[in-house]
Ligand binder design. Sequence first.
Ligand code: NAD
Length: 314
Amino acid sequence: MQEQQIIITGANGQLGTELTAALRVQYGGGRVIATDIRQPAVTDINFRLLDVMDREALGQLVSDTGATIIYHLAAFLSASGEQHPLQAWDLNMQGLLNVLEVARETGCRVFWPSSIALFGEHVPSAYCPQHTVTQPGTVYGISKAAGENWCQYYHNTYGVDVRSIRYPGLISHTALPGGGTTDYAVDIFYHAVRGDTYTCFLAAETILPMMYMPDAVAGTIQLMEAPADAINIRTSYNFAAFSFSPEQLATAIQKYIPEFTWRYQPDFRQRIANSWPQDIDDRCARSDWAWEPKYGFDDMVSDMLSAIGARITR
Ligand code: NAD
């Protein structure tokens, strides 16, 4: 089997922090290079500053290190993208095209995350299918829809082995989320553990698809290790674990912290959430590369509370 040499872009973010740690365990620290435009919080990883908008620097790093896989995570997210639409389009599109071009030239395999944000309001909200109409209502969603088609184009036209997952909202306790519409589902835990009232920026009954980070990381590595001929979808795979509303999450937390209080003050992110499906049909991922989540909603809530509780004393 080929020895892998891995580069991660945007490695200091919510997903990259945990994916970097898992890839270091899987392949060995010497085989994983984390990159970002910001210095990392930790010093014990192999790290380089890299702006994905600089295609030459990316190509140089790939050839200097003999990289075989690029996990390309650098992006503007859904909520911050609405605040800076043209910058979001530039980073999300040009960054991806730079990675795909370098992969075309060097033969690297590529992982690139898409999102449930690509669907838009004209999809079935319940059990949203793999293949459906996509008319996203945000710049972020538009960039994910276009990006998926670029990935498929580079695969079909140039043979680039690019693979992708449509992540739901990711819930984690290591790095804080970076400006998405599902960030409330992380923030609420910190408020509850600190003893603060939480003001939720989505309405009580807004049900969205979510996943606990250990499953997202495990599924991502599983997809990237699957044999190429098992990958039948070169746009991006639907990927699901569980769905819940803010009210369901707050009530579940209150079972552990009875004095926890919360209120609702929906803002511009409500419109974004309203355009997303409530749950996702991920049967293609399950049948093509044996995807199966390990964490249910209750497992996630109790794990988040004990991990955050162990770090924060009230
Ligand atoms: P994040 O915002 O937490 O991290 C993004 C990282 O990219 C940051 O560390 C930032 O410094 C870095 N970055 C920004 N501009 C850069 C540039 N020009 N060059 C290099 N690095 C740059 O994002 P995340 O939550 O870790 O998301 C990673 C990927 O997963 C994104 O593509 C996102 O769209 C996708 N995704 C995330 C979620 C989620 O819930 N977190 C859901 C769906 C999809």
